[in-house]
Design a protein around this ligand. Structure first.
Ligand code: BJW
Length: 250
């Protein structure tokens, strides 16, 4: 019998079967999973950050070189925003899912730390974490610096500018995180893409790597993305509703 829809969400019975029988599950999340916590996404019309701010002026190393104060202050604003939000039902459902499925790998493009706050252990952070700061020159993580009033502050070791430990456009992703993410994608039999526009590489290619190795693909998003045509199951709606519903059925 097909499970009954709850809150207008129908979960296909075949998806539940795939979830119950999967040996390795890999989940990639994007900004959409944190949207219901009040963290803005990037590319949504009107509400996305890139509708209001130019990524070329804020999220590239060239932008930081041109105007480090502007970039530092923009990230300081976002760091404060993130510090004031809580994980939502979607983050919490994924943390619960980790308890049910031993071989589950959570990969996130988000820099907000909300998966950890919800109880997920050790998510792979592909694009860094906004709470960390590093030296612009050598990438060393810096946890404290003398308050001199400089914006950005300076590295206490070499005097270079400090920057947030996030991955900007044209920068390579943290190599260990990326190789773990590729491995988890290539080895899983069920892959979820949740709350991401599936546009930014190399994260967007992970779903294709999974499918290439015969994994079942599931997408959870408010709307279709370039990935949708490839997936086996597309669930359209808020992750904060769909994921707890999925968990309830399990
Ligand atoms: C909901 C919801 C709800 C809303 N429930 N859903 C190959 C081809 C072409 C280009 C490239 C390529 N390889 C590399 C590039 C260049 C570039 C790239 O991909 N550009 C594309 C835009 C074309 N990639 C890079 O530069 C990467 N570096 C790299 O590959 O180095 C090597 C290299 C360089 C250059 C050339 C070739 C090789 C680095 C990418 C770094 C991305 N950094 C950012 C900023 C991080 C710091 C910060 O936060 O400021 O990461 S950009 C931004 O995008 C952020 C995100 O992690 C990332 C992905 O966005 P995400 O999460 O998908 O968010 P949105 O807003 O796009 O989508 C939200 C979705 O949620 C929407 O679909 C909504 O519908 C949905 N949603 N509410 C469910 N409640």
């Amino acid at each position: 019998m097909n499970p009954k829809p709850q809150e207008n969400i129908t979960v296909p019975v075949e998806l539940l079967t795939a979830l119950r029988t999967a040996e390795r599950v890999t989940i990639l999340t994007g900004a959409g999973i944190s949207a219901e916590s009040g963290v803005p996404t990037f590319r949504e019309a009107q509400t996305g950050l890139w509708a209001r701010y130019d990524p070329q002026e804020l999220a590239t190393p060239q932008a930081f070189r041109r105007n480090p104060k502007l970039v530092w202050e923009w990230y300081a604003w976002r760091r404060e925003l993130v510090a004031g939000v809580q994980p939502n039902a979607g983050h919490k459902a994924l943390a619960r899912l980790e308890q049910l499925i031993p071989n589950l790998t959570l990969i996130t493009q988000n820099i907000d730390g909300l998966h950890q706050a919800a109880g997920s252990t050790n998510p792979i952070e592909l694009h860094g974490n906004i709470t960390r700061t590093k030296c612009f020159e050598d990438g060393r993580i810096i946890s404290s610096w003398p308050e001199t009033g400089n914006i950005p502050p300076r590295c206490p070791h070499c005097g270079s500018l400090l920057r947030p430990d996030v991955v900007w456009f044209t920068e390579t992703l943290p190599p260990v995180a990326l190789s773990q993410a590729i491995q988890a994608s290539e080895q899983c039999d069920l892959f979820f893409s949740i709350g991401t526009s599936a546009l930014v590489q190399p994260a967007a290619s992970l779903a294709h790597k999974a499918q290439h190795n015969d994994a079942i693909l599931v997408e959870i998003n408010l709307e279709p993305t370039p990935l949708t045509r490839y997936v086996d199951f597309a669930l359209h709606g808020p992750a904060g509703t769909i994921l707890p519903t999925l968990l309830d059925y399990l």
